[in-house]
Design a protein around this ligand. Structure first.
Ligand SMILES: [Zn+2]
Length: 259
């Protein structure tokens, strides 16, 4: 269950968020491999990917699909339906958030704020992710083109943080695991959702590669920094672990193993 928050025009300069991609044990679900792709699946919300006229519509279609998938997983596990707010501010717009020193979101970040239980993806940031313009590491190698599914991966990653919050692993004051493990686990769960999209027949050719490239781009080598999100290889590997397995529990080693 998702709820959109109101945005408003930003009137003060805000500092770059410190919470880029989050500052911040599932049990088994039915393996997506058991899902039979039928013609009916083709009409699912992700088809908006190719027909959206606005970034907002695209982002809403993704968060709705991600929410639908995980709500099913939670329901299967007998858990209360997950709930989260979201805001996708237009360039120059903002949303109030407790996860910014200014109290407002900016145009250059995407994050999940546990204190607000809100996913915030600025549309300008999403556009730059789509274009492959955001890089957190100095690697120059680009293996694949970025694209719409780069943005889908970001949304699914932030949504995963809201699930981690539902499970008590992420609060507004603490993390149950080191930050980079929380981040890699979120990447893995983004991959698990992508697997469900594949078996629903709604991935386009090249989508998985787009997400992999963005995971590579957003990895970093600041391994001693508390905001370290995992190396490029770890982030792309975590996404693919989730994607290739389609099993939420396949991501648990990212939390518990020593690496
Ligand atoms: Zn994150």
């Amino acid at each position: 269950m998702t709820k959109r928050l109101a945005t408003f025009t930003l009137t003060v300069a805000s500092a770059a968020s410190l919470l880029l991609f989050g500052s911040t044990a599932a049990s088994a679900a039915s393996p997506p491999h058991a899902i039979t792709v039928t013609p009916a699946d083709v009409s699912s919300p992700l088809d908006i990917v190719t027909t959206s006229t606005t970034m907002d519509e695209f982002l809403v279609s993704i968060v709705t699909n991600v929410d639908g998938y995980w709500s099913g997983v939670w329901d299967t596990d007998g858990l209360a339906t997950p709930a989260v707010n979201y805001a996708f501010p237009l360039p120059g717009e903002s949303v109030e958030t407790l996860c910014s020193q200014t109290g407002l979101s900016d145009d250059v970040s995407a994050f999940y704020c546990p204190a607000d239980d809100t996913i915030v993806v600025s549309q300008q940031f999403a556009t730059r992710v789509w274009e492959g313009a955001i890089k957190a590491n100095p690697d120059l190698t680009e293996r694949y083109p970025t694209g719409d599914f780069s943005v889908a991966y970001v949304v699914a990653h932030e949504y995963a943080h809201s699930l981690q919050a539902e499970l008590g692993w992420v609060t507004d004051t603490s993390l149950a695991y080191p930050g980079y493990k929380i981040e890699l686990h979120a990447d893995c769960w983004a991959g698990v959702w992508a697997n469900s999209a594949y078996y629903a027949g709604i991935l386009e050719s090249g989508d998985v590669e787009e997400a992999v490239q963005t995971a590579l781009d957003l990895g970093d080598y600041y391994v001693t920094d508390p905001t370290h999100h995992g190396t490029p290889a770890q982030r792309s590997g975590a996404f693919l672990t989730g994607y290739n397995s389609g099993l939420p529990e396949a991501c648990e080693p990212y939390l518990t193993d020593v690496y």
